[in-house]
Design a binder for this molecule. Structure first.
Ligand SMILES: [Zn+2]
Length: 305
């Protein structure tokens, strides 16, 4: 297992961080929290109807905790930050990156763990969390299903942000500094709303490794167009002003909408895959009993339904 963090320790820490978050300036989250909200809520609408009662009952919590892995980057940076990106150019120079091993074990044997930590392991984190979600379904553990669904959502959304798949994560040159934020914060804030996110029918997943890797490579193929749109829009303006964003958004808005919609559909597909692999258990429309009355004293009994 490549993820060593204790889920519950992370959750407890996150409750404190939630307090900090609510009283501090908006921190820098990949995709912004809006992007993670959009992907999670749209995925919940796209899952099979057998799963919807549980997910809808717990949707506010599942959506809210989709930013949890970014909080972990503050509390467990050395253990967590490399799960949010992959610098594909370091892994392979082959067109389509076809020589990157799908299994983490094979990849580790080829590249070495230290390099993988430096280059990012996002696709492997997604597959690993998909299996953990499936195990939660198998155990019919409502708390675990909810929290693993949130965490998986976070990484799937990150995988659909083109700049999370490249070593040029903030633009090709110093002149483009800030591209990351201009795309995932400003474009979303100015031009995208939840109604824009339309996942459509989720794909059927038979092999999560192949699916996740193909999504990653497709996302990476958007990097050049995003850079080009930024460079061209900036060349026409004196600063990153409204005119710049109007121009940049001609490419960046449909790209963001498409990536978030695709991310939502594929997240729904992974939820479905995990549930199917677990034998499609009946998951009741009950609250997931995620509650602490003080640190370390989690109550396992749900409130009266
Ligand atoms: Zn992230």
């Amino acid at each position: 297992m490549i993820i060593r963090n204790s889920l519950r320790t992370g959750c407890i820490a996150s409750l404190w961080l939630l307090v900090v978050f609510l009283i501090s300036a908006v921190p820098s989250y990949p995709w912004g929290s809006a992007g993670h909200d959009y992907v999670t809520s749209a995925a919940i609408e796209a899952i099979p109807e057998e799963l919807q009662p549980f997910y809808k009952k717990n949707s506010r919590m599942i959506i809210a905790l989709a930013v949890l892995p970014d909080w972990w980057k503050d509390t467990h940076r050395a253990d967590e930050s490399f799960r949010h990106f992959i610098n594909l150019e370091y892994y392979s120079t082959m067109p389509g990156f076809t020589d990157i091993p799908r299994s983490f074990k094979d990849a580790e044997a080829k590249y070495g763990r230290k390099n993988m930590i430096n280059w990012g392991v996002l696709p492997w984190a997604i597959v690993e969390r998909s299996y953990r979600l499936s195990e939660a379904f198998r155990k019919e553990d409502l708390e675990e299903i909810a929290v693993q669904s949130s965490i998986l959502s976070h990484y799937v959304a990150d995988l659909h942000m083109p700049l999370h798949t490249t070593k040029h994560y903030d633009g090709l040159t110093d002149a483009q500094d800030g591209l990351h934020g201009r795309f995932e914060f400003e474009v979303l804030d100015r031009f995208v709303s939840s109604e824009d996110i339309t996942p459509g029918i989720p794909p059927i997943i038979t092999d999560p490794w192949e699916s996740v890797f193909s999504w990653m490579i497709e996302t990476h193929s958007k990097v050049d167009a995003l850079n080009q749109a930024d460079i061209e829009a900036r060349a026409k303006t004196q600063s990153y002003n409204a005119a710049y964003y109007d121009d940049f958004a001609r490419i960046a808005k449909p790209m963001a909408v498409n990536q978030l919609s695709q991310g939502a559909a594929r997240l729904a597909a992974l939820y479905t895959w995990a549930w199917t692999k677990a034998g499609k258990p009946d998951i009741p429309a009950k609250w997931a009993p995620l509650y602490w009355d003080d640190l370390g004293a989690k109550k396992t009994e749900p409130a009266k339904q």
